[in-house]
Write a protein that binds this ligand. Structure first.
Ligand SMILES: NC(=O)C1=CN([C@@H]2O[C@H](COP(=O)(O)OP(=O)(O)OC[C@H]3O[C@@H](n4cnc5c(N)ncnc54)[C@H](O)[C@@H]3O)[C@@H](O)[C@H]2O)C=CC1
Ligand SMILES: O=C(O)C(=O)Cc1ccc(O)cc1
Length: 360
């Protein structure tokens, strides 16, 4: 077994999806894990599934990970800070600023608290949904604040790296604004869209394809958890939703008067804007993390792509993945070529020498 960064024991409070997954992941690396939960049933299930052993009075954890619902997280963190005066305490709640404020207000020892948030989860909660590899390759934010240095909170980095997560440092404010856009608003939009289906005829639903399934997957999430998450990040979420409403209004105006000059162009531009936004999401399109990509500008003329592939082949480079994009304003396309990282520099030089323009 690969050596672990954490020495342990690690105490996990709240052994639902997140807590059980962390326990299973740490146990798989041989780290001692002690578990606690307000629900004796969930605790028993998590122990039975091998996520750790049940808590005992003489536990001396080096790290406490609080994995309870957001609305009780500040309470539980404060209690854990008081109960284990030697331990660093973190939590995994989906919002960070409100919890920190609550802890400061109640005078908790925040010099030993550093909040975090793994960007990994599932629609189902509870310990039976836990997975040891839930965090592998996923971003995990550590939200530093003035009362604790990254060095002192470094044990949380060890937790993340031991579980295969990708460490990301942000302030609680930056974190909450970022997740409003990439996680909380997508949840709202998915739920609102899925709600349109509640009285749809079966004949229509039977035609549903992958597009609808992709768009509504997270609509199956637990409403109780999400009321808490949205309530604790209300202002940043409402801000993004207001911009979204304006986008929708523009769309509706164009559709309502589709024969008006420029209406179709406006719709095309909205959709093209979506293409641009979608292309900026890292790690999509099956592009493997082992590859790097090069964006080549291609004239919108017959035979250009064939010439590009020929030139890449003559440079002795294998195309691992390919994506094409068209610029709405110009007679030009963008070809994103994924290659192994070692080939990137050589390919850039070869293509430039053969007259290709590299966009990024
Ligand atoms: N579900 C997801 O996909 C993700 C959730 N999170 C965050 O992780 C945290 C936990 O979420 P899940 O694991 O999905 O929830 P869950 O509902 O599966 O598990 C929560 C557990 O906490 C226990 N609990 C509730 N109140 C408690 C208390 N006062 N003391 C001790 N235990 C208590 C419950 O009995 C339950 O076992 C939440 O703060 C959530 O925002 C973070 C990333 C992803
Ligand atoms: O299912 C997905 O795609 C998710 O992104 C799950 C998720 C839910 C809540 C979080 O706070 C973080 C991640």
């Amino acid at each position: 077994m690969v050596e672990s960064r954490l020495a342990g024991p690690v105490r996990i409070v709240g052994v639902g999806l997140l807590g059980a997954s962390i326990g299973l992941g740490l146990r798989a690396r041989g780290i001692e894990v002690v578990l606690d939960d307000a629900s004796p049933t969930n605790l028993g299930i998590a122990v039975d599934y091998g996520a750790g052993r049940a808590t005992a009075d003489d536990d001396r954890p080096e790290l406490v990970v609080v994995c309870t619902p957001p609305d009780v997280t500040a309470d539980v963190v404060a209690a854990e800070l008081a109960r284990y005066p030697e331990a660093i305490v973190t939590d995994v709640a989906s919002v960070k600023l409100q919890i920190l404020h609550e802890l400061i207000e109640r005078g908790a020892d925040v010099t030993r608290y550093i909040g975090s948030h793994p960007m990994a989860g599932r629609e189902r909660g509870g310990p039976m949904a836990g997975r040891a590899d839930l965090f592998a390759g996923r971003p995990w934010v550590v939200a530093a604040h003035e009362a604790i240095t990254y060095r002192k909170g470094g044990i949380v980095d060890d937790l993340i790296l031991d579980l295969g997560g990708i460490l990301v440092e942000m302030t609680p404010e930056q974190h909450d604004r970022a997740v409003a856009l990439v996680s909380h608003v997508p949840q709202v939009v998915s739920s609102v869209l899925a709600r349109r289906l509640t009285d749809a005829p079966h004949a229509a639903l039977n035609l549903a394809g992958q597009g609808l399934r992709d768009m509504t997957r997270v609509a199956a999430s637990d409403p109780e958890l999400w009321v808490q998450i949205l309530g604790a990040n209300a202002a940043p979420v409402a801000q993004v939703l207001r911009a979204f409403r304006e986008d929708l209004d523009r769309f509706i105006r164009a559709l309502d008067d589709i024969e008006a000059p420029g209406a179709r162009r406006r719709i095309a531009e909205e959709l093209a804007g979506g293409n641009t936004g979608e292309s900026r999401i890292p790690g999509k399109h099956g592009v493997d993390r082992r590859y790097t990509s090069l964006i080549v500008m291609v004239d919108d003329r017959p035979g250009q792509l064939a010439r590009l592939f020929q030139d890449v082949g003559e440079a002795g480079v294998n195309i691992e993945d390919l994506r094409l994009e068209h610029s709405p304003e110009a007679q030009i396309g963008l070809a994103e070529i994924s290659t192994v990282p070692e080939a990137q520099e050589r390919l850039t030089e070869e293509l430039t020498a053969r007259g290709w323009r590299i966009a990024g």
